[in-house]
Design a protein around this ligand. Structure first.
Ligand code: SF4
Length: 721
């Protein structure tokens, strides 16, 4: 490949890592261009810990209250955290990206596996902060071996993810083995049209001899990359040793790691089978409990078709017997792939490729939720979503909304430029995905901007019924819902729609605790869970860990020695996290400190949302998330829903289905308000969901500029008594 032209170049001396931190961050403005290496203060470590905490602190300082996603001052900040890069404990290669999201207009944070987080840290940086806009496609190159930062003029004819990633591993490596020293962050052509462009973060798989892609999928980071005309970001570091993080207590780190490796080895086959099927083990479980999103969350089950997408079908397609970890030392190895897959459509037609995934969320979003029960089709759609640089969850949930609008006659074939977009029309749906990447089709461009944008555009352009779209458009805060039917779990309404950044499965997944195991009977119980779990899960994002080894394998005696509610927290694994954090950093935290560390960042991010939304960071929930909205939806589980009416003292006999729906929805809207108040109160927020000044003080985040935001948008009457 021809040499790329160097547009700017700087030298630096990579900082050594001590106790998990380099105490330096890298700032690059790709527009000016300019580079700075900035110090990490002790206060930043004490308050924000690392990872997403560092991202948000740096982003807060970089943007204005009025910054929009496509303003040059918006940033992409990516950070691993103090545990990122350890190889002794499974799941320690994650990094976290934060930015002002095109979908929501507020901060979003999104995590990814792959080697970017560890290699940038080993190259000297606790965080990488990208600002500005280039005027032509550029590639940012961080060379940790030589202490060099370059902005290169991209010579890549194809910026789609699989192609550019493969090419750049080839370009920057000096040998086949050296390809493992490189990680590439890319987006793709559809990210230029879409508001939910994803960031693909790579690692090289020496057994398959291909580059693999993991995604910081959600929120639109890839759209921002392309808006900044960044074709890719590349890091190289080849001198990795066994204790690169310079942990203070390597013995403990190794002992705790070995314990978990053994659990995974002994128990995974009888528990979640992550090593054989990855997260796709959930497919039939979700169907069984009426939680599998089916036809835009209208139904939770499809007994006639589920066998076609049963995890055993995916098990046959995933290559077995390969250690599929997305970072060194992850014996959970859930990064499954389909090898030798022949693409049937689009620009890669006829090529044999390795496809990463699909994971459960993609099986549902680009499967049951759009009425498709064909694993080969879903694998191809997964390939193109990654390749074109869009989030499979927003893409699938968005298309599910389109299909229902089409089915209801709110849009028609003229509006879609000839596509028949009924549920299950897989050829035309695939064509729609290709059109998003081409970028010239007006309808595809609207779809690519997400449900909130579609609701407005369909009403204005096609005169579609706004109230119907409001009821069935499964978004919260502008972000598409991920792939669990939330209708029947009140706690999960909160797990999705009382979150910091919109409905994703990142904060709390309480469906089983609430709906199946009935462990959260009161609002207060639910509020406690919606305090504990989002904060506990936030901690992973501060330190650089993957959540899956936390509870996708459990000690054999977890449910014997712990009462049921405690067992859901997997206490022995929580202790592991305390031990490995202390072993790396030399600190002496206890289990309770995990929650306080997270609360600082969680509340800071909430104030950040309030700041960016000028006090209007409200939590919304679509009616379909609360219960059925159409008669066929009710009738599919008639006895169940009639029973729900009886539970609230309404006799269903003699009522029309429409009346029954209305009565249940009214009741559940009241429950939503009750839940919201209980959760806000438990979190130390006011009626508008704004943290109180007392909460900021308790957490030590009462910085003048943070307090100023709270005071600006809070009124005395907003206090929850
Ligand atoms: S559990 Fe899976 S996603 Fe998490 S680090 Fe391991 S391989 Fe990657």
């Amino acid at each position: 490949m021809d040499k790329m032209k160097v547009l700017a170049e700087w030298s630096y001396t990579p900082a050594k890592i001590d106790k998990g931190y380099t105490r330096k961050t890298l700032y690059v403005n790709v527009g000016e261009p300019r580079m700075e290496i900035r110090d990490v203060t002790q206060d930043m470590i004490d308050t924000f810990t690392g990872g997403r905490g560092f991202d948000l602190k740096l982003l807060w300082d970089a943007v204005k209250d009025t910054t929009k996603w496509n303003d040059p001052e918006n940033e992409i900040v990516i950070s691993g955290g103090p545990l990122c890069g350890i190889t002794q404990y499974p799941g320690a290669g994650k990094s976290y990206a934060a930015f002002i999201s095109p979908l929501s207009g507020q901060t979003y944070d999104s995590n990814s596996g792959g080697y970017w987080g560890p290699l940038t840290k080993f190259s000297g940086f606790d965080a990488v902060e990208i600002q500005g806009k280039a005027d032509k496609d550029v590639i940012l190159y961080i060379n940790g071996d030589e202490g060099k930062i370059q902005i290169l003029e991209s010579n890549q004819p194809d910026i789609n993810a699989y192609t550019i990633t493969e090419n750049l591993h080839e370009y920057f490596a000096t040998s086949e083995a050296d390809k493992r020293s490189i990680s590439v962050v890319s987006a793709g052509k559809a990210a230029e049209t879409s508001y939910y462009g994803c960031m693909n973060m790579s690692f090289y798989d020496p057994r398959r001899k291909v580059t693999r892609l993991k995604q910081a999928g959600r929120g639109g980071g890839g759209s921002i990359m392309r808006d900044k005309k960044i074709a890719a970001m590349v890091v190289k570091f080849s001198k990795m040793g066994g204790n690169e993080n310079n942990a203070v207590d390597l013995d403990t780190l190794q002992k705790v790691g070995v314990k978990l490796h053994k659990e995974i080895h002994d128990l995974d086959d009888s528990q979640c089978k992550m090593r054989k099927i990855g997260t796709a083990h959930l497919n039939e479980i979700m169907d069984e409990y009426n939680l599998l999103p089916t036809n835009n969350y209208k139904f939770g089950q499809n007994t006639a078709e589920i066998a076609k997408i049963h995890s055993s079908e995916y098990e046959k397609l995933f290559t077995q017997g390969m250690p599929d970890g997305c970072w060194y030392g992850c014996s959970m190895a859930c990064a499954k792939a389909v090898d030798g897959f022949t693409i049937k459509t689009g620009p890669c037609k006829g090529q044999k490729v390795t496809v990463d995934g699909p994971e459960y969320e993609t099986v549902a979003s680009l499967g049951s939720n759009i009425g498709v029960y064909d694993p080969l089709w879903t694998i191809e759609a997964n390939f193109y979503a990654d390749h074109y640089g869009v989030d499979t969850i927003s893409l699938g949930t968005g298309i599910a909304f389109v299909c229902e609008c089409f089915e209801l006659g709110l849009i028609n074939k003229t509006d879609t430029n000839g596509l028949d977009l009924n549920f299950g029309m897989k050829d035309d749906i695939m064509e729609l995905i290709h059109r998003m990447a081409v970028g010239t089709d007006e309808f595809a461009a609207i779809v690519a901007k997400g449900i909130r944008y579609m609701k407005k555009a369909f009403a204005e352009k096609y005169k579609a019924d706004a109230a119907k779209m409001e009821a069935i458009g499964m978004e919260g805060q502008g972000v598409e819902t991920s792939e669990y039917v939330p209708k029947e779990s009140i706690a999960q309404w909160g797990g999705y729609y009382l979150t910091l950044k919109g409905p994703q499965h990142d904060e709390a997944w309480l469906i089983f605790m609430d709906m199946v195991n009935k462990q959260l009977p009161t609002y207060e119980d639910k509020a406690e869970a919606l305090h504990y779990f989002p904060n506990f899960r936030t901690w992973f994002s501060l330190v650089g860990l993957c959540k899956l080894p936390w509870n996708d394998v459990e000690p054999a005696n977890n449910r014997i020695v712990n009462p049921p509610k405690e067992a859901a927290k997997v206490p022995e694994h929580v202790q592991n996290y305390v031990d490995i954090f202390n072993a790396v950093t030399g600190k002496a935290i206890k289990k309770e400190d995990i929650i306080t560390m997270s609360e600082k960042v969680y509340n800071f991010q909430r104030v950040f949302q309030v700041r960016m939304k000028q006090g209007n960071a409200f939590h919304n929930i679509p009616l379909r998330a609360l219960g059925p909205v159409f008669a066929d939806e009710w009738d599919a589980r008639k006895d169940y829903y009639d029973g729900k009416l009886k539970e609230i003292g309404v006799e269903p006999a003699g009522l029309s289905t429409e009346t029954k729906i209305q009565k249940l929805q009214e009741y559940r809207l009241g429950m939503w308000d009750g839940l919201k108040t209980a959760v806000y109160k438990r979190r130390g927020w006011n009626k508008k969901g704004i943290p109180t000044v007392e909460t900021l003080k308790r957490l030590g985040i009462d910085y003048p500029e943070v307090v100023a935001v709270v005071e600006k948008y809070s009124k005395p009457e907003d206090v929850i008594a």
